[in-house]
Design a protein around this ligand. Structure first.
Ligand SMILES: Nc1ncnc2c1ncn2[C@@H]1O[C@H](COP(=O)(O)OP(=O)(O)OP(=O)(O)O)[C@@H](O)[C@H]1O
Ligand SMILES: [Mg+2]
Length: 410
C-alpha cells in the first residue's frame, strides 16, 4: 500500500534536505510530502498549520532551545512525531553518541536519525512511526523508576519486584519491570516466571523495536505486571550497551505508565544511562558502615554529575532496631541526607523470594512492610494524577486479609 507521510525537515543546513530527499527515493511504496523550515520559529508555524506526520529536527548544542521547541510542537500538534537528526561529533569527539541520544530524549525527542541520513535508517524510522500510528493512543511518557546501589545484596531486586507488582495490581498491564541486573537477573525467579525472551532480544531487534514488539518480549505476571527479563548469561549481557538500554527505556516509557528498572551494583555506562533517564532513583542502603561508606561515595558521584536531588530517594533497607545498631538518624548523619523510607527487616520477604510470590501480594497496606511499600508507591512521580487513589488500590486485599478484619483508620 502506498504511504504518503508528511515530513517537515527543520534545519538551517540545506544539505540535510538533499540527504532526506535522496534517502526517500530508495524507499518503496512511499510518496512523502516534504516541507522545510530553517529555524524553530518557522518550524512551529509549519507544525501548527500543516500537522506533519513527523518532523526531522537537526540537533545543535542548545538543548534548552530544543526542549522548548519540543514542548511547543507537542502542544501545537500532538500527533506529530519528533525525531532528532544528529552528527556523531555534535558535542565533540569525546562525547559519545549515547550521551547525545540521552540528551535528545530528555529534550523531548521521540526518535533519532544519524547524519548522513541513510535509506535504511529512514525506512526503519518510518516503519516504527507507522506501526505506532496504528496502535491505540499510548500514554505520552510513563515514569521511570530505578533501584541503584554500588554494594550488592542490599535489597534492590526485592524492592523493585515488590513495588512494581504492588503498582501493577492497581494498574494492570500498565507497569513494566526491566531486569537490568544484566549478569545476575533474579526478577523472573522472584516472580516464578520462565521467560523465553529477554532484554537481549529487545537489543538484538533494536532497529525494528516498537511498542508491539516490546509488549511481545515482556512476560506477563498474574498480578498484571509485565517483566522484560535479564539476559540469560554473561555473554548475552555483554550485548546490552548504554545506547541499547536508552532506546529500550525510551520506548518502554511510551507504552507503559510506569517502568521499573532493577540494576546491577556497579556504576558503569549502562547504569548511568538508566539513572539519566529515571524520574525517580531509589538509592538503597543498609545500616552497616561499609555499605554506608559506599553510599556516601555514590551520592558524591551523583552530586558531581549534577543529578537533581529531587529525583533521588534514600532507602534504608533491612532495618532492625537493636542496641548498637545505627538508627535512621545516625544513617542520615553519615550520609548527610535525609532517609526517605525505612524498610524493616522482614523474614517473609526472603521466604517470598524463595517461593517466587512477591510478598506485597499478601501484605496489608496498613502496617509493617506493606505500609512502607504503600508509602513508597504513594511518593512516586505523578501517582496522584492517576485514577483510583484509594488506599487499598495498591494491592487487592485477600478476602481473609487483616485489611478486611481491621477497621481502616479514618
Ligand atoms: N527488608 C528485608 N528484610 C529481610 N530480608 C530482605 C529484605 N530486603 C531484602 N532481603 C533479602 O536480602 C537478600 C538480598 O536482596 P536482593 O537480592 O533484593 O538484593 P540486591 O541488592 O538486588 O542484590 P544484588 O546487588 O546482588 O542484585 C535476599 O535474600 C532478600 O530476600
Ligand atoms: Mg539484585
Amino acid at each position: 500500500m502506498q504511504r504518503t507521510p508528511k515530513i517537515l525537515i527543520v534545519s538551517p543546513d540545506a544539505r540535510l534536505q538533499a540527504e532526506v530527499a535522496a534517502a526517500l527515493k530508495g524507499i518503496a511504496d512511499t510518496n512523502a510530502v516534504l516541507h522545510y523550515a530553517t529555524d524553530f520559529r518557522q518550524a512551529i508555524e509549519g507544525i501548527r498549520s500543516w500537522r506533519p506526520t513527523f518532523a526531522l529536527v537537526e540537533m545543535n548544542t542548545d538543548l534548552r532551545a530544543l526542549k522548548s521547541f519540543a514542548d511547543e510542537a507537542s502542544l501545537a500538534s500532538p500527533e506529530t512525531n519528533l525525531a532528532a537528526v544528529f552528527s556523531a561529533d555534535l558535542f565533540g569527539h569525546d562525547i559519545s553518541e549515547s550521551a547525545i541520544l540521552i540528551e535528545a530524549i530528555r529534550a523531548g525527542m521521540q526518535d533519532f536519525l544519524r547524519r548522513p541520513v541513510s535509506r535504511a535508517d529512514l525506512e526503519q524510522l518510518m516503519e516504527r512511526l507507522h506501526r505506532k500510528a496504528v496502535l491505540p493512543a499510548a500514554v505520552a511518557t510513563g515514569k521511570t523508576i530505578s533501584f541503584i546501589s554500588n554494594k550488592g545484596g542490599v535489597g534492590k531486586s526485592t524492592l523493585a519486584v515488590n513495588l512494581a507488582t504492588g503498582l501493577a495490581v492497581r494498574f494492570p498491564q500498565r507497569v513494566l519491570l526491566i531486569d537490568g541486573s544484566l549478569q545476575m537477573g533474579v526478577c523472573a525467579s522472584m516472580l516464578d516466571l520462565k521467560p523465553a525472551m529477554t532484554l537481549t532480544d529487545a537489543v538484538r531487534d533494536r532497529n525494528r523495536l516498537d511498542e508491539t514488539l516490546l509488549r511481545q518480549l515482556a512476560v506477563p505476571h498474574e498480578s498484571g505486571l509485565h517483566l522484560l527479563a535479564a539476559p540469560k548469561d554473561a555473554l548475552e549481557a555483554a550485548e546490552v550497551d548504554e545506547e541499547a538500554m536508552a532506546r529500550v527505556l525510551t520506548l518502554a516509557r511510551r507504552c507503559y505508565d510506569y517502568v521499573f528498572v532493577d540494576t546491577f551494583p556497579m556504576i558503569d555506562s549502562v547504569m548511568m544511562a538508566v539513572m539519566d533517564l529515571s524520574d525517580r532513583v531509589f538509592l538503597v542502603t543498609e545500616s552497616v558502615v561499609p555499605t554506608l561508606l559506599g553510599m556516601v561515595s555514590l551520592i558524591r558521584v551523583l552530586d558531581s554529575l549534577g543529578f537533581p536531588k529531587d529525583r533521588q530517594r534514600i532507602i534504608l533497607n533491612r532495618y532492625s532496631s537493636f542496641a548498637g545498631n545505627l538508627n535512621p538518624e545516625d544513617v542520615a548523619d553519615r550520609l548527610d541526607r535525609d532517609v526517605d523510607h525505612v524498610v524493616p527487616y522482614e523474614k517473609q520477604l526472603l521466604i517470598a523470594s524463595n517461593i517466587g510470590r512477591p510478598y506485597v501480594l499478601d501484605a496489608t497496606t496498613w502496617w509493617g512492610i506493606g505500609k512502607v511499600f504503600y508509602n513508597m508507591v504513594a511518593d512516586l512521580p505523578d501517582i496522584q494524577a492517576q485514577n483510583d487513589p484509594a488506599r487499598n488500590g495498591m494491592v487487592k486485599p485477600k478476602s481473609d486479609s487483616a485489611l478486611e478484619k481491621e477497621a481502616p483508620p479514618s
